[in-house]
Write a protein that binds this ligand. Structure first.
Ligand SMILES: Nc1ncnc2c1ncn2[C@@H]1O[C@H](COP(=O)(O)OP(=O)(O)OP(=O)(O)O)[C@@H](O)[C@H]1O
Ligand SMILES: Cc1cn([C@H]2C[C@H](O)[C@@H](COP(=O)(O)O)O2)c(=O)[nH]c1=O
Length: 202
């Protein structure tokens, strides 16, 4: 059986991930591949309930990180691992890099604690490809403000997003074999050409 791949979309809020997920999903489906598109936190019934809690309720910062990994554990067991075992492709709007960026970079939790949680929850699985949509904070903020009511993370200050973005970029440099940095300040059609080339190279 052909083996599926695991692709994750990352970036600070408003960077443009969700805009491009349907496009990449369709590119893969046009090639005859079965694609499961999902998201974190969420992706399962329990995960969506945890999402509601972490996005809208104040809590201890370590509780927040633990809930992200709790949602992920369920997501892996119910959605991601079975799909990959079937040979399907999985596209996830965020995964563990988001915990390092937001809880590690933004919230300043110790990265070695997050490393230990990652080792516990998915010691052997990493994305095959991580698309990091990168924009300056002001661009992301302007896009969000135009859009809708902001959740707990989206209401954070510029400092939080500067640290979150910096941690994403640090991880992209640390894991160059799976990260592709997408300059998301460009027009959507131009970004889609990049994505087309990246998918073709897979
Ligand atoms: N390259 C772009 N140029 C101009 N506007 C864009 C671009 N990419 C996305 N947008 C717009 O920016 C807004 C935020 O985009 P999107 O929802 O894709 O971001 P996101 O990274 O998924 O954010 P979040 O993580 O908060 O869901 C949308 O209104 C979208 O249409
Ligand atoms: C997986 C994950 C997510 N977050 C944050 C990042 C976003 O602000 C929200 C998810 O909302 P989205 O707009 O649908 O991407 O949750 C986080 O802080 N840590 C994580 O591990």
């Amino acid at each position: 059986m052909a083996s599926g791949k695991f692709i994750t979309f990352e970036g600070i809020d408003g960077a443009g991930k969700s805009t491009h997920i349907p496009f990449v999903t369709q590119l893969l489906r046009d090639r005859g591949l079965t694609v499961v598109a999902t998201r974190e936190p969420g992706g399962t019934e329990l995960g969506e309930r945890l999402r509601e809690l972490v996005l809208h309720h104040k809590m201890h910062l370590e509780t927040e990180a633990l809930l992200m990994f709790a949602s992920r554990r369920e997501h892996l067991a119910q959605v991601i691992e079975p799909a990959l075992a079937r040979g399907d492709w999985v596209i996830s709007d965020r995964f563990t890099d988001a915990t390092f960026a937001y809880q590690g970079g933004g919230r300043k939790l110790a990265l070695d604690k997050l490393d230990r949680l990652e080792q516990w929850v998915h010691p052997h699985l990493q994305p095959d490809l991580t698309l990091l949509f990168d924009v300056p904070l002001e661009v992301a903020r302007a896009r969000l403000d135009a859009e809708r009511t902001l959740d707990k993370f989206e209401q954070e200050k510029a400092d939080f997003f500067a640290n979150t973005r910096a941690e994403y970029l640090r991880r992209a440099a640390q894991f160059p074999h799976r990260f592709r940095l997408i300059d998301s300040t460009r027009p959507i059609a131009v970004i889609q050409e990049d994505l087309r080339a990246i998918v073709a190279a897979l």
